[in-house]
Design a protein. Structure first.
Length: 184
């Protein structure tokens, strides 16, 4: 399994503000590889996501971007159109590293880009019984003219303490991207 944080130029703010570790805590088992997708190379070498805990660490960035991650972090340079790397190119590159199961962690922009590109097998939506008021958009997708054009998918619902998790199965809508090399 590989944890992915996607950061597009103006959307890298979440990774910059939160300084996530992207490690698994509270359960036994191996740590996943960590990948940060930062087309403009804005994330500093001292970011906790780059900490060396013995797992593979990748920095996916746009071709031609100058960046200096810490030693041991592999740089994967991919083509970018208008500063954005296509989700399908990201997944294909990760498959080339043997990564077959990937958890993509990110905000509305990240989820929207991977969803619109047909690059998700599952989508987990957590709903909490709180009212936050104004905030950013949920999903950023092209508008539909009619409700019957909306995506429908099988779901499973899980109650987790006071929250509700919607596990949406998108596998029928996913675009095939090829087969991963031997798992790492």
């Amino acid at each position: 399994m590989c944890l992915v944080r996607y950061g597009r130029a103006q959307w890298i703010g979440t990774a910059l503000a939160d300084d996530p570790q992207l490690t698994v805590r509270g359960v036994a088992g191996p740590q996943p590889s960590r990948v940060v997708i930062d087309p403009k190379g804005r994330l500093g070498a001292d970011a906790r996501i780059f900490a060396d805990n013995g797992v593979r660490r990748l920095l996916i960035t746009a071709q031609g971007t100058r960046c200096a991650p810490p030693p041991g972090v592999e740089i994967v340079a991919l083509p970018a159109a208008e500063g954005c790397i296509a989700p399908s190119a990201i997944l294909s590159a990760l498959a080339g590293y043997g990564m077959r199961r990937i958890l993509i962690e990110g905000g509305a922009n990240t989820v929207s880009r991977f969803l619109a590109a047909g690059c998700l097998d599952r989508l987990h939506v957590m709903v909490a019984p709180i009212i936050l008021g104004a905030g950013g958009p949920g999903l950023i997708l092209p508008p539909l003219e009619r409700a019957d054009q909306a995506q429908r998918m099988p779901i499973r619902v899980h109650k987790i303490e006071d929250d509700v998790l919607f596990d949406c199965d998108l596998s029928d809508q996913r675009v095939a991207l090829g087969i991963a090399k031997k798992s790492t």
